[in-house]
Design a protein around this ligand. Structure first.
Ligand SMILES: Cc1cc2c(cc1C)N(C[C@H](O)[C@H](O)[C@H](O)COP(=O)(O)O)c1[nH]c(=O)[nH]c(=O)c1N2
Length: 210
């Protein structure tokens, strides 16, 4: 039995406050085993029916990394073309991935065909497979920050192209591409808020009582 005290709870709260989506990385390699440790922690996450549907591809191959960066550039140019005027100028000024600098590249998938868990909880809500993988990514995000390691989620990518260029099983659905490394700076405010793209709102704005 483990008990958590007030000091721990305060620190845990600080961890939530200081976790950031990181796009700017220092030129410093990750220590040996860090990526594997983060994956192990992610695998402690809840999953529907204990299905453990998370699948990981550590991307070290320079040609594959380059292809991911090229895909990001193409998708980001397409995204920019959807905005106009001042919003387009703001979008163009944002840094939306640290793919070029991050020492660690990790693609995360959900196995839609795995029979671990025997289908429990998924019959009426098959999307709970993907939800479980997102829960694991959130755990990894926080575990990384607790070690001073930054994680940045890149979704400005073509799932089909990423799937193809990483040559993973057909049943794996692409969920996230993560950049992992040491952040240039630490901050308690989201970068998109600093850039005045969007601001954080109070929890009461998102909560109904019924
Ligand atoms: C599913 C999903 C997908 C993305 C993101 C997040 C999540 C949850 N975020 C990061 C996102 O912009 C960031 O979380 C918010 O701006 C809040 O900032 P903090 O995470 O609190 O620093 C993100 N950021 C970015 O620069 N490029 C991207 O492609 C994405 N994609």
């Amino acid at each position: 039995m483990v008990e958590f005290d007030d000091t721990f709870r305060r620190q845990l709260r600080e961890l939530f406050v200081w976790r950031r989506d990181v796009r700017r990385f220092r030129n410093q390699a990750l220590p040996d085993g860090a990526m594997e440790r983060l994956i192990e922690t992610a695998c402690l996450s809840p999953s529907v029916g204990l299905s453990q549907p998370w699948r990981f591809a550590i991307v070290d191959d320079p040609a594959r990394r380059r292809a991911v960066i090229d895909d990001f550039k193409a998708c980001n140019a397409d995204a920019l073309s959807c905005y106009s005027g001042e919003r387009a100028a703001r979008y163009a000024a944002l840094k939306l991935s640290g793919l070029e600098q991050a020492p660690g590249h990790l693609a995360v998938f959900a196995d839609k065909a795995g029979d671990i868990g025997h289908g429990l909880g998924r019959a009426t809500m098959p999307e709970t497979t993907e939800y479980s993988v997102v829960a694991a990514i959130t755990a990894m995000w926080l575990a990384a920050r607790a070690e001073g390691i930054g994680l940045g989620w890149v979704s400005i990518l073509s799932p089909q192209r990423i799937h193809g260029l990483l040559d993973v099983p057909a049943s794996w659905k692409f969920i996230a591409y993560l950049c992992i490394g040491y952040p240039e700076t630490e901050c308690d405010q989201p970068e998109l808020e600093q850039a005045k793209w969007e601001h954080r709102r109070d929890a009461s704005e998102f909560t109904l009582r019924r």
